[in-house]
Design a protein. Sequence first.
Length: 110
Amino acid sequence: MQTIVKIVISVAVILAATAIGKRLPSTAGLIGVMPLTGALILVWVYLENRGDPHVMQDFAKGALWGILPSILFFVVAFFCFRKHLPLPIVLISSFGAWLSAAVVHQWVLK
């Protein structure tokens, strides 16, 4: 049941952001990266680990430093779109940059 609740809430957030994106793309962008997603995951991790402070601290540290790869994803996407590149190229480039930064992220936090 908990998995179904997670799915329903996650889908609702995505659908709301895409619906808003039809009229207000920059607002949808803000919703897409807002701490709501992080907060939802924070609640799930908390509940699944009975509030273990070490798990919560590690999650918060990973999320804090994980912002940098996410920023890089959107910086690459922004510049690719400015060059009028097709969406598949934008996504490949952005995810490639994010993945590279995420590998560094995981290496640094070990």
